[in-house]
Design a protein around this ligand. Structure first.
Ligand code: GLU
Length: 424
């Protein structure tokens, strides 16, 4: 395995450039120190590895693995590991920076990191995925650490991969360190409530925003794009609060039903159908590009990045967008949404429920004492409500969008850490 430093290619569609554009904007509005802006504009550590894996066919395939630590000013770095074909240095760098801002918005004692392996997990056997996950853990043994860098699940990974990674890490170090990774299965040190946490955060943020808009959950409809961990739990929890879910979709099919979709039936269907919605009968199938622009009050993009663009932003009918995914809105789409007076609860706030309960998992692992699901959910909801309120207040104070308000909230905290810890 080789370890080398990588640089992001700067192409116009660079995700990291998109992060820097918003960072610069927030920095100007809040008058962030130029030194701090310089520090935050470059990730502090980037590792790229080559992972040779024996495939079931007997052939060796070499996979690219990444881990980028964006910063470590408020605490150890934290962020998921993604298995997807579009994983690259630029994307991982952007996602790592977002994690720094996300952790700071939620007021967690962490900075940001992100990892990924360029692979198609759906096309791989369980054995191949296990060998790949273990090889990745081994190659990142000097990066990860309970008080250093703490990974978690992200797109294409779940508790299963976390279990392999913590086991490999423990074998290498000869110690049991459950807190080196979060999002583990509950039986090996995971936290109750972690699985649904990102969706729960989306639900709490949606309710907070509706309250500010003087709307009752029972009066509004919602469309949820994405039906993986984030989308399905968001849809389920929003429906439980009385919101009528009129549209859902995943990468295989999208559905609309103005009378409301039975979310429990959709979850059941996907569970029995290889985790995909194709063939679901609880609504009319619509073209996937219609889902985001279909009639609804609340839109929850909870699938991929860059789905709300300058091409479709003008056609969005929702009054409120709550970003379950990381980076679903391009910088070009932001002003269009703002002009239309659509309130957009940005990703770094809206989906911070996942990392918040990851933090609770880490705290429980350190203490060796485990909480009930109710305790986890109560603590989570409170943290989310406080974070929402702080972002809302900064948005009003600086007369800006909630996205920039969230960046300002994060930067105020990170600035303190950078200044207090100083530089060489
Ligand atoms: N991957 C999730 C995110 O993007 C969770 C990260 C974590 O729990 O560390 O927020």
């Amino acid at each position: 395995m080789s370890t080398q430093t990588v640089k992001a290619e700067s192409h116009p569609e660079s995700m990291f450039e998109a992060v820097l554009a918003r960072l610069d904007k927030a920095a100007k509005i809040m008058n962030l120190s130029e030194d701090v802006l310089r520090v935050l504009s470059s990730p502090s550590k980037q590792v790229k590895v080559s992972l040779p894996i024996m495939m079931d066919s007997g052939k060796t395939q070499v996979f690219e693995g990444y881990r980028t630590v964006h910063s470590t000013h408020l605490g150890p770095s934290k962020g998921g590991i993604r298995y997807a074909m579009d994983v690259n240095a630029d994307e991982v760098m952007a996602l790592a920076a977002w994690m720094s801002f996300k952790c700071a918005v939620a007021n967690l004692p962490y900075d940001g990191a992100k990892g990924g392996i360029k692979c198609d997990p759906r096309a791989m056997s369980v054995g191949e995925l296990e060998r790949l996950s273990r090889a990745y853990a081994k190659s990142m043994k000097d990066v990860f650490g309970v008080n250093k860098d703490i990974p978690a699940p992200d797109m294409g990974t779940s508790g299963r991969e976390m279990a392999w990674i913590v086991d490999e890490f423990n074998k290498i170090t000869g110690e049991d360190s459950p807190g080196v990774i979060t999002g583990k299965p509950v039986s090996i040190g995971g936290s109750l409530g972690r699985d649904a946490a990102t969706g729960r955060g989306v639900m709490v943020n949606t309710l907070c925003a509706l309250k500010k808009m003087n709307l009752k959950p029972s009066e509004v409809t919602a469309v949820v794009q994405g039906f993986g961990n984030v989308g399905s739990h968001s849809a389920r929890l929003l429906a439980e609060k009385g919101i009528k879910i009129v549209g859902i979709g995943d990468h295989t099919a999208s559905f609309y039903n103005e009378k409301g979709i039975d979310i429990a039936a959709a979850i059941d269907y996907a569970a029995k159908n290889n985790r995909i919605l194709k063939g679901f009968k609880g609504g009319t199938e619509i073209p996937s590009d219609q889902l985001l622009i279909s009639k609804c009050d609340v839109l929850i993009p909870a699938a991929l990045q860059n789905v709300i663009t300058e091409d479709n932003a003008g056609k969005i009918q929702a009054k409120l967008i709550v970003e379950g995914a990381n980076g679903p809105t391009t910088p070009e789409a932001d002003p269009i949404l703002n002009d239309k007076k659509i309130i957009c609860v940005p990703d770094i706030l809206a989906n911070s429920g996942g990392v918040t309960v990851s933090y609770f998992e880490w705290v429980q692992n350190k203490a060796g004492y485990y909480w009930t699901e109710e305790e986890v959910n109560t603590k989570h909801d409170l943290k989310m409500e406080i974070a929402f309120e702080q972002v809302w207040n900064n948005t009003a104070q600086y007369k800006t969008s909630m996205r920039i308000g969230a960046y300002i909230t994060a930067l105020q905290r990170i600035e303190q850490g950078v200044k207090l810890k100083g530089a060489y």
